[in-house]
Ligand binder design. Structure first.
Ligand SMILES: NC(=O)c1ccc[n+]([C@@H]2O[C@H](COP(=O)([O-])OP(=O)(O)OC[C@H]3O[C@@H](n4cnc5c(N)ncnc54)[C@H](OP(=O)(O)O)[C@@H]3O)[C@@H](O)[C@H]2O)c1
Length: 292
């Protein structure tokens, strides 16, 4: 699908549409300041918001959405169930808490945040299978329009292959320094929309000389180069900024186009530059809901 403006959408395999750029809410202060950042994002035009039970940002997001006066169906809201809540009953409780905090009676997209609880969990396949089936039930009950996953590698998809519905989204770390080509190819072959978390490498790629050179050539900011890089690979960027100017700048990425040569040099950035250090199976975050 051709994406040429910030209010364009990607078509998901279940027929629903998802706005092509999302605002990420990880790390926002869970107070008036965080709420006012989200209000800024809404006033700049963002309608797609990414949160998680882990982030502690659902409540401020809910308040900002309500205060905006914009109709609920104009927003696309994603939240995630954290890896420690993967038992079927815990998924339902987590989901209900998220709906309550967000002040809504349905979600646009619900994701399994992480495929396994910890490195030592030898029964992760069984747990994942049960968790995914619970997600399918939530969708059948009409409480969530689309269901998907995050931080999945091909071997995680294999576990749920026989289930009646497949994930429509996989949200993974993606930027020129960590492209996860095998996983992206797998998803795109199976019609699973890839979303990029930390598309700017949490800001660390903004000063990379290759990114800076490409940005200078087009007279745009390094951030726009990195966001454009995602879209050029049909990957949907989730970006966060605490400044209204940068929020606007990030939405204006359609005023230039990366060439094949630009993409080639950006893909040449050394593997693991700006990598978070997280891995779905080998380096699993220890964070608990309530930590942030
Ligand atoms: N599923 C998962 O496991 C997972 C993991 C991590 C993140 N995520 C999601 O992905 C979202 C984005 O990831 P992220 O927050 O880690 O990182 P990011 O969007 O790659 O980077 C955010 C950083 O870039 C800076 N920035 C943003 N726009 C800029 C611009 N135009 N110019 C200069 N600097 C700019 C921000 O600083 P300022 O605030 O100062 O502008 C901030 O420090 C999260 O909020 C979350 O929703 C998901």
């Amino acid at each position: 699908m051709k994406i040429s403006s910030f209010d364009d959408t990607f078509l998901l395999s279940d027929g629903n549409k998802i706005p092509c750029i999302g605002f990420g809410t990880f790390g926002l202060d869970n107070n008036k300041k965080g709420e006012s950042l989200i209000k800024n994002a809404i006033s700049c035009g963002y309608r797609h918001f990414d949160t998680a039970s882990l982030y502690g940002s659902e409540e401020i997001l809910g308040k900002a959405l309500k205060a905006s006066g914009v109709a609920r169906d104009e927003f696309f809201l994603t939240t995630k169930v954290w890896k420690d809540d993967m038992a079927p009953g815990d998924i339902r409780k987590s989901f209900d808490r998220s709906l309550h905090a967000l002040g809504t009676d349905y979600l646009d997209l619900l994701l399994i945040h992480w495929p396994r609880a910890n490195e030592a969990d030898e029964e992760w396949e069984e747990h994942l299978f049960l968790a995914w089936n619970t997600f399918i039930f939530l969708k059948q009950e009409g409480k969530v329009k689309s269901i998907g996953v995050s931080n999945f590698l091909p071997q995680h998809f294999d576990v749920i292959h026989s289930c009646s519905e497949k994930p429509v989204v996989n949200q993974i770390e993606f930027h020129p320094g960590y492209m996860q080509t095998g996983t992206v190819d797998y998803c795109q072959r199976h019609n699973i929309q890839v979303e990029a978390w930390s598309p700017l490498g949490r800001g660390s790629l903004l000063n990379h000389p290759v990114v800076v050179d490409v940005a200078a050539k087009h007279k745009v900011s390094p951030a726009k180069v990195l966001l454009s890089f995602c879209l050029a690979h049909n990957v949907l960027p989730l970006v966060k900024s605490s400044s209204k100017e940068r929020l606007k700048e990030n939405l204006s990425l359609f005023d230039f186009k990366l060439t094949e040569q630009d993409l080639y040099v950006l893909r040449g950035i050394a593997e693991k530059t700006g990598w978070s250090g997280q891995h779905p199976d080998l380096s699993i975050p220890k964070a608990k809901v309530g930590d942030f």
